[in-house]
Design a protein around this ligand. Structure first.
Ligand SMILES: Nc1ncnc2c1ncn2[C@@H]1O[C@H](COP(=O)(O)OP(=O)(O)OP(=O)(O)O)[C@@H](O)[C@H]1O
Ligand SMILES: [Mg+2]
Length: 397
């Protein structure tokens, strides 16, 4: 392969559809590797835009907008960094010869809970929570009765726990269904009803595919990352996971199966729920995973570098864990601060082994993820203690 110089003829170019914190880390890795970086998002000053060669601010649900930018830029790889992208545009671009990472069909399936559950549970026969689908309140009642209470209603399309509603009794289903679909992406009326399980712990199995001329396409898993969530979104993760080896092996096998089925190139974050003696496939993100930010401290090659390498056709035959590590988010405490400021960063960095990533998001809303604290330690317990302490010190004003 030949890698040209950024902004000159023959440069290798990636185009990020979505320019959040994950995109920013990918852009930094791409810059280090001498690639040209184009960042696209629906709002200006998004994290990856701070470190890209060029940026575009457009509605990414608008197929014509995406296609026009891609044709103008003619990138070597289009990286889908968020879920809210017009997937028909990705399918069309792929069929006209553009490379979508991991691939357009995987992006389409992973953003849709119904399609993904069908693929994992019905086609691949992976263990999952009990589930049923519903298109209206009456069907939701039937589905909840079949699954049993408590159960969890989730919109067909949403992310970060939006529209997850826990239901305890049949009288509450109609309201819960309406609440759930009010948070759906687009105008979707379909929901999945899932058995609500008591979560002992959760794993993310980063699993990646890369091309090499000797072996063609290889799929590999990384040691699982572990995370516990006080709510439905990521707060803290650590690497490596402390679950038993058999649990890790089962989780890795589930991840390999689903990623080989989805195909393409790049990294996937496969989410696994551990409940009692059940190890369940939950869902998969066709991109670096937020809980995988910990790999910036734990691994010699981060999930972001892996994704960029795979995207442009470069191999990653091995990833080494260099230290036990943990990550903890820094959240905004209030709404609508423009140009927020972070205080006490110096106090956090007095703790040995602590690092910060402040994303550079231009505004806040309550609980918006504005940064992350990373730490290494002699073991994950020590690393977790450090990130808890450090993140509690940093305030967003
Ligand atoms: N059936 C369930 N029973 C109990 N807890 C659940 C169940 N499904 C999901 N959860 C909890 O909610 C979290 C978010 O669920 P899920 O991954 O399906 O939603 P999401 O909107 O895609 O969130 P994200 O984008 O953060 O991954 C899970 O990580 C888990 O902690
Ligand atoms: Mg999830």
């Amino acid at each position: 392969m030949e890698i040209g110089t950024p902004l000159f003829d023959g440069s290798k170019k990636i185009l990020l559809l979505g320019s959040g914190e994950l995109g920013k880390e990918m852009a930094i890795e791409a810059q280090r590797m001498g690639l040209e970086v184009v960042a696209v998002d629906r709002y200006d000053f998004a994290p990856a835009m701070h470190v890209a060669h060029r940026k575009y601010v457009v509605d990414m649900m608008n197929s014509n907008a995406i296609k026009a930018i891609v044709r103008r830029e003619n990138p070597d790889a289009i990286i889908a960094e968020i879920e809210a992208i017009n997937t028909d545009a990705l399918v069309d671009l792929e069929s006209s010869g553009f490379k979508v990472i991991p691939n357009a069909n995987a992006v389409r399936i992973c953003m849709n809970r119904v399609e993904l559950r069908r693929l994992a549970a019905e086609k691949l026969k992976l263990p999952t929570t009990k589930y049923a689908f519903a298109d209206n309140a009456d069907e939701a009642k039937r589905a909840c009765k079949d699954i049993g209470f408590p159960c969890l209603i989730k919109p067909e399309m949403s992310s970060s726990g939006h529209g997850h509603v826990l239901v305890n009794k049949v009288e509450d289903v109609e309201e819960a269904y309406n609440e759930s679909i009010s948070h759906a992406r687009g105008k979707g009326k379909r929901v999945i009803v899932e058995e609500y399980v008591k979560i002992d712990t959760e794993l993310t199995v980063l699993t990646y595919r890369y091309y090499s001329s000797s072996t063609n396409i290889t799929t590999r898993t990384i040691e699982p990352i572990e995370h516990k969530r006080p709510s439905y979104y990521y707060v803290e993760s650590w690497h490596p996971s402390t679950v038993r080896e058999e649990v890790k092996d089962t989780a890795k096998n589930l991840a390999l199966k689903v990623v080989e089925e989805l195909g393409g190139l790049g990294i996937y974050g496969v989410e696994i729920i551990v409940t009692g003696n059940r190890i369940l496939f939950s869902e998969v993100a066709p991109r670096p995973h937020d809980t995988g930010l910990v790999t910036l401290a734990s691994s010699d090659i981060s999930e972001f570098q892996v994704h960029v390498r795979s995207a442009i056709g470069l191999p990653t035959p091995e990833i080494k864990l260099v230290s036990p590590a943990a990550s903890h988010v820094i959240l905004a405490q209030s709404e609508n601060i423009w140009g927020p400021k972070f205080i006490n960063v110096e106090k956090a960095l007095e703790i040995p082994g602590v690092q910060i990533r402040l994303f550079g998001k231009p505004t806040t809303y309550e609980k918006r993820r504005m940064g992350v604290v990373l730490a290494t330690g002699n073991n994950v317990e020590e690393a977790i203690e450090k990130v808890r302490k450090a993140s509690s010190l940093i305030l967003v004003k």
